[in-house]
Design a protein around this ligand. Structure first.
Ligand code: ADP
Ligand code: ADP
Length: 221
């Protein structure tokens, strides 16, 4: 069975804006899937529904038994706590699960290393570049070893060179950890470079218009 399935999911805001209209989609284990489409086509809405941050107006999202517990989310804004060190920011999801600092240390350090930030545990977010803040944000999302990583235009605010570097790093991370990724982007290049499957969406109302398998990815394998 797929990891999760959207079944005819419709989201209407304020009884007026149909952000998503009957979206159906199966997300398979271990795949890198991107949602590609212009601004306003409902990509973020779909991701927020998958994350459980909002509820469908109609239709439903079905998770394979037990799978929904393991979820990491990365947004465009790194949303780091400015008064906390890099270590404490990455520790947070474990801390919320009752894992103390000492016990969490190895996991936090491993997660930082996996995004190339070994040695930055004591730094504060303001000391870091935009790309590095995004890396911290990814380390924080990965520290609990989620089965599914949701990314909402994570690199859109970064310069192109940093973005290419992060694209490579996210692929390497996914290959190593074997997690499933759903990646929202409006960049055709990014979606084709990163994913094995591109789900193309259109706006007004937001819907899926095509699914494209990327046969010869420019990446991995
Ligand atoms: P995308 O991520 O593809 O840019 P969104 O999912 O953010 O698209 O938005 C889809 C549509 O739903 C847009 O018309 C947007 O303005 C609208 N929308 C999104 N969130 C809300 C909300 N909380 N309240 C009202 N309208 C919303
Ligand atoms: P994105 O950058 O992903 O397209 P937006 O900047 O459109 O997202 O939206 C950011 C936040 O504002 C989201 O939480 C979204 O749900 C909300 N939002 C978007 N459009 C509207 C809207 N028309 N009315 C109210 N809230 C909205």
């Amino acid at each position: 069975a797929p990891l999760l399935r959207l079944e005819g999911v419709t989201k209407v805001f304020g009884g007026a804006t149909t952000a998503l209209d009957g979206m159906s989609l199966a997300v398979r284990d271990g795949e890198f899937l991107s949602l590609l489409g212009p601004s306003g086509c409902g990509k973020s809405t779909a991701l927020r529904l998958i994350a459980g941050l909002s509820q469908p107006t109609r239709g439903r999202i079905r998770w394979r038994e037990g799978a929904e517990a393991a979820l990491g989310v990365v947004f465009q804004e790194p949303t780091l706590a400015p008064w906390s060190t890099v270590f404490d920011n990455v520790w947070l999801p474990l801390r919320l699960r009752g894992v103390g600092r000492g016990v969490a240390r190895a996991q936090v350090e491993e997660s930082l290393a996996s995004v190339g930030l070994e040695g930055f545990a004591k730094a504060y977010p303001r000391e870091l570049s935009g790309g590095m803040k995004m890396r911290v944000s990814i380390a924080r999302a990965m520290v609990t070893r989620p089965k599914l990583l949701l990314m909402d235009e994570p690199f859109a605010a970064l310069d192109e060179i940093t973005r290419f570097k992060l694209n490579d790093d996210v692929l390497a991370l996914q290959a190593r950890l074997g997690c499933t990724v759903v990646f929202v982007t409006h960049s055709v290049f990014e979606s084709v470079f990163l994913s094995g499957r591109v789900v193309v969406m259109a706006a007004r109302p937001g819907r899926v218009v095509e699914e494209i398998a990327v046969e010869a990815p420019a990446r991995r394998d």
